[in-house]
Design a binder for this molecule. Structure first.
Ligand code: ADP
Length: 595
């Protein structure tokens, strides 16, 4: 339906009511005026008729036209009143408008008939004699109880009509003035209603677009003022509610975002409702793009999918340890529980993912380490036990053998001590490094390197290996001197061990960007590529037998790596079989390590 403006509606209604009121007033006033005039005129005519009856009574009683003629001029007036004198039989005796001789018998005229019942008799009808609407008033004339005749007076009604129409025109003129005033008032009222309404609509439109800061101005009318007050209160409450919901949402999001566990909410169809940062990071996706995705679009893993399906079907929580390969192998502890609304209806599933890869790796590492240590300790212990038994069983009496066995026992005991010392060093490094208990001081790096070289000089000389040192004189670094020295001794010792006689080992240090690079380069056998990335693991050796023969524990490089790490640095190796090796230690050269 076509909508019409409220102002137009108010205005048109006012206009319609005004016009109808004017029409009704005009009609009512006219008919009231008409009947008033007729009553007045009737009374007037009755008086005239009675006056005339008195004058003409003797003539009527005598039915004498001569007497009538004498008196006739007395009763005629200048106005247009018609006077008719009628005998009891209905014959017209005299009339001032028409010759009585040609006039009909008037006994059946309504006013004459009426006058006999209730004097006077009145009637309004068209007169064929004068060809007009006339108001007739007739009275009977009696003498001594006998009817002597009738006097009838009549007046032309057009005079009354003229007066009434003049009055109607006056009413219409006044009505038009009222109408104009009503139109103006209508406009004014319409505007007074619609102006504040327009303001309210404008304000409410702002509310609906989410702007609650602007209050609606208060109009002067009571109802409108109450409406705006109510709307303003409503807007304030909505604003507060929205702020509260947003605050809660933000709190929820920040709780989810700060959680280390991955959290994903699914709807009953298995579509992602929300996902936190940790889960997105875990599956290597962007949080914003996965809304509405299915789990299989996030990660292809049947076990994970089955967990969600099981929860959605059984409404029971599920837990499992699952390995995914996105982007690398990751072990996850996954708990999926039903997501419920306030009425405890299941509306989806909530998945909580705990990345336990590190934990599992640590456990594995620890297991392997224990196995390795046991194995490493068992070999020398078995050997010692064997030779002690041999001595006990009689070898003591064979001085040659006894000396050889004791030497072996001595060597194996030393080996055990070396392994234990290295293990103790490692555990000390782990403990102190983990608790920031390592003591750092400003040291001249060259001094430390010279010390390490001195310690290795003896074994180098034995193989006629030349040791070279290249280091700026005043390279000051904040380090733990004994630890760096130990790392260098380990590297140089290895370089000597795994290099041929007459070769050369170079130890150098240079500043590189914000780091210090300490390198140990040899011309030895090198390390096959396949072993390079495991060489720094505990007990890892390229050639176990050879390492053992040389008194190696397989822990040297692991110690070097730990020493670099407690300094906030790292280690690496470049090597090729037969091409020598280059071991590098990077130490950060920042404010707390250098001056
Ligand atoms: P080890 O006590 O056996 O020397 P390390 O941890 O010091 O133990 O070294 C681990 C393994 O790395 C050694 O067994 C050896 O196979 C290899 N390696 C270390 N340094 C060198 C080097 N300079 N040249 C060749 N191989 C090396």
């Amino acid at each position: 339906m076509k909508k019409i403006r409220l102002s137009a509606q108010v205005f048109l209604t006012t206009l319609f009511i005004s016009v109808m009121a004017i029409i009704a007033t005009t009609w009512y006033a006219s008919s009231l005026g008409r009947s008033f005039y007729i009553r007045q005129t009737t009374a007037n005519l009755q008086q005239r008729a009675e006056l005339i009856a008195n004058i003409l009574k003797p003539a009527l009683v005598a039915a004498d036209t001569t007497v009538l003629k004498e008196k006739w001029p007395l009763i005629l007036t200048q106005d247009s009143t018609r006077v008719t004198v009628i005998l009891p039989g209905g014959r017209v005796l005299a009339d001032n408008f028409k010759n009585p001789a040609v006039m009909d018998n008037h006994i059946s005229r309504p006013e004459i008939v009426n006058s006999l019942r209730n004097s006077p008799g009145t009637g309004i009808r068209f007169s064929h004699t004068v060809q007009r609407d006339m108001l007739y008033v007739a009275i009977p004339v009696r003498a001594g109880g006998e009817l002597a005749g009738f006097v009838r007076v009549a007046r032309d009604l057009s005079l009354i009509e003229k007066t009434i129409s003049a009055m109607q025109w006056q009413i219409i003129r006044a009505g038009s003035l009222i109408l104009i005033l009503t139109i103006i008032a209508g406009f004014w009222v319409a505007r007074r209603i619609t102006n504040p309404l327009a303001m309210i609509i404008h304000g409410v439109e702002k509310f609906s677009s989410g702007i609650f800061s602007e209050k609606l101005p208060e109009p002067s009318t009571l109802e409108m003022a109450r409406l705006t007050q109510t709307l303003n209160t409503m807007a304030r409450q909505i604003d507060e509610k929205i702020a509260q919901i947003e605050r809660q949402k933000y709190e929820q999001q920040s709780v989810l975002a700060s959680m280390a566990e991955g959290v994903i909410a699914f709807d009953t169809e298995g579509h992602v409702l929300s996902i936190n940062k940790a889960a997105a990071r875990l599956f290597n996706v962007k949080r914003k793009q996965v809304d509405g995705w299915l789990l299989k679009q996030l990660v292809k893993n049947e076990e994970l999918e089955n967990l969600v399906v099981a929860v959605l079907e059984t409404h029971r929580p599920q837990e499992s340890e699952i390995t995914i390969h996105v982007p690398t192998e990751q072990i996850l502890n996954v708990r999926v529980s039903p997501l419920q609304d306030e009425q405890m209806r299941v509306i989806g599933a909530l998945m909580v993912l705990n990345n336990i890869t590190r934990l599992r790796n640590l456990e594995r590492g620890r297991r392997e380490f224990v196995a390795n240590v046991s194995h490493e300790l068992r070999t020398p212990l078995t050997s010692i036990k064997g030779f002690v038994e041999a001595l006990h069983e009689g070898a003591l009496d064979e001085p040659e053998n006894a000396r050889r066995f004791l030497e072996i026992i001595y060597r194996q005991t030393n080996r055990l001590i070396s392994i234990l010392e290295d293990l103790l060093t490692l555990s000390r490094l782990e403990r102190e490094g983990g608790q920031d208990q390592v003591d750092f001081r400003m040291e001249n790096l060259k001094g430390i390197m010279e010390n390490a070289m001195q310690i290795c000089e003896f074994s180098a000389e034995k193989k006629q290996i030349a040791l070279h040192l290249e280091c700026p004189d005043n390279l000051l670094v904040r380090v733990n001197g004994p630890l760096v020295e130990e790392a260098l001794v380990n590297l140089v010792d290895n370089a000597i061990k795994y290099s041929p006689e007459n070769s050369r080992v170079t130890i150098f240090a240079i500043k590189k960007n914000k780091k210090v690079l300490i390198g140990v380069q040899d011309q030895g056998q090198g390390i096959p590529e396949a072993h390079l990335n495991r060489i720094f693991e505990r007990f890892y050796r390229v050639d176990k037998a050879r390492s053992r023969k040389m008194g190696g524990t397989g822990l040297g490089l692991a110690i070097v790596k730990h020493i670099a790490q407690v300094h906030g640095g790292s280690v690496s190796v470049e090597s090729q079989t037969g091409q020598g090796s280059l071991f590098k230690i990077y130490l950060p050269l920042n404010d707390h390590l250098t001056e």
